[in-house]
Design a protein around this ligand. Structure first.
Ligand SMILES: [Zn+2]
Length: 190
């Protein structure tokens, strides 16, 4: 089974180790049948235990867990509804993707590398700014991802969303988007 508490926590810790988020920022979820397992709000990933995770139904209603879900749970719920192929979602606040979203007037990051083409499935759209944690941000992201087969999305002045069949794939998409954003910024300086 790809959606287990242990794998979810391991992915969240890896996301932090890779420097894609600081502290308890960002969030990770996976979907199994009719439920979504998601990281809780405001808890350090290295303190997190399986019982801290929150279980939601596909509409975002809490089914189990003592803690509150990530404040960005609406984003996860909306993307799962829009994309049948998404079984896992990783949301980061990585540096270069944010910088790119502030520096560019285009609304997408081109598929600059072979890895992007093969693993992220093409260019990465940049969603216009919406306040964190709000339904507007979730709806905007889901609408864009519904129209593209890609596995990555940049949220302007906020972060990156990676999705995949597995948690590993979703995290890899975030890493590849961050790397491509860095390349794009370096290339723009020439
Ligand atoms: Zn965020």
């Amino acid at each position: 089974m790809c959606c287990t508490s242990e794998k979810l926590i391991a992915t969240a810790r890896r996301m932090a180790e890779l420097g894609l988020v600081i502290g308890s920022f960002g969030n990770v979820s996976c979907r199994q049948d009719e439920i979504i397992l998601i990281t809780p709000t405001s808890l350090d990933y290295f303190q997190m235990k399986p019982e801290d995770l929150v279980t939601l139904d596909l509409f975002g209603k809490k089914l189990a867990g003592d803690r509150e879900p990530s404040s960005e749970f609406r984003l996860h719920v909306a993307i799962y509804a829009a994309r049948d192929d998404a079984q896992a979602i990783v949301h980061t606040h990585s540096t270069h993707a944010l910088a790119l979203s502030m520096s560019t007037s285009t609304n997408e990051l081109p598929a600059l590398t072979e890895e992007m083409e093969v693993l992220v499935k093409g260019p990465v759209p940049i969603a216009s700014y919406a306040p964190a944690g709000k339904q507007q941000l979730a709806d905007q992201a889901a609408q864009i991802l519904f129209k593209t087969p890609g596995k990555g999305l940049i949220l302007a002045r906020h972060g990156v969303v990676g999705l995949g069949n597995t948690l590993e794939e979703a995290l890899l998409a975030c890493q590849l988007v961050e790397k491509a954003a860095q390349i794009q910024l370096l290339a723009q300086r020439r």
